[in-house]
Write a new protein. Structure first.
Length: 155
């Protein structure tokens, strides 16, 4: 397990340059509390998770920089539903209704001990954002097809 963690950390370090988006210079690499979600969106997430209101802003702001386009790390793209739900070499990435069987959840929940955060560079996922992604999968991982379900890297 230790070798696997070290290998994953080395892989992440080697591929960080593949990210298409860099955080603003003033953010260093780990802002303490920035979220793309409004207070109202966070409050409403305690009831039902909406892809458009809760999930898409988090994925676009904090995940797509490294998980989109031809340079998607580990070949995993979150640009649209079909790409996001593709199975990976280690198993299913998103299993609707089963966050504990979804690699997306395990990947944002655990990282190498020296990093202990995801993403390894850029704006970190906050606990509330991780909780929202987990709850979204638990509620069935609704993700619209077509243009309304297509995510884009922020500019």
């Amino acid at each position: 397990m230790r070798v696997l963690r070290l290998s994953l950390a080395l892989l992440a370090a080697a591929t960080m340059t593949a990210c298409q988006f860099q955080s603003p210079p003033e953010s260093e690499t780990a802002p303490a509390d920035w979220t793309p979600l409004s207070e109202a969106a966070i409050a409403s997430s305690r009831k039902q998770i909406s892809f458009t209101t809760h999930v898409a802003p988090v994925l676009e702001a904090k995940c797509l920089a490294c998980h989109s386009g031809s340079t998607a790390i580990a070949g995993y793209s979150l640009e649209n539903r079909s790409r996001a739900f593709e199975p990976g070499p280690a198993g299913p990435r998103i299993v609707p209704g089963h966050p504990d069987r979804s690699k997306l959840v395990s990947n944002i929940s655990a990282a190498h001990a020296s990093l202990d955060v995801m993403p390894p560079v850029g704006d970190r996922l906050l606990k509330v954002e991780k909780k929202i992604l987990r709850q979204w999968i638990k509620q069935g991982a609704e993700w619209p097809e077509g243009p309304e379900g297509t995510l884009r890297v922020p500019r």
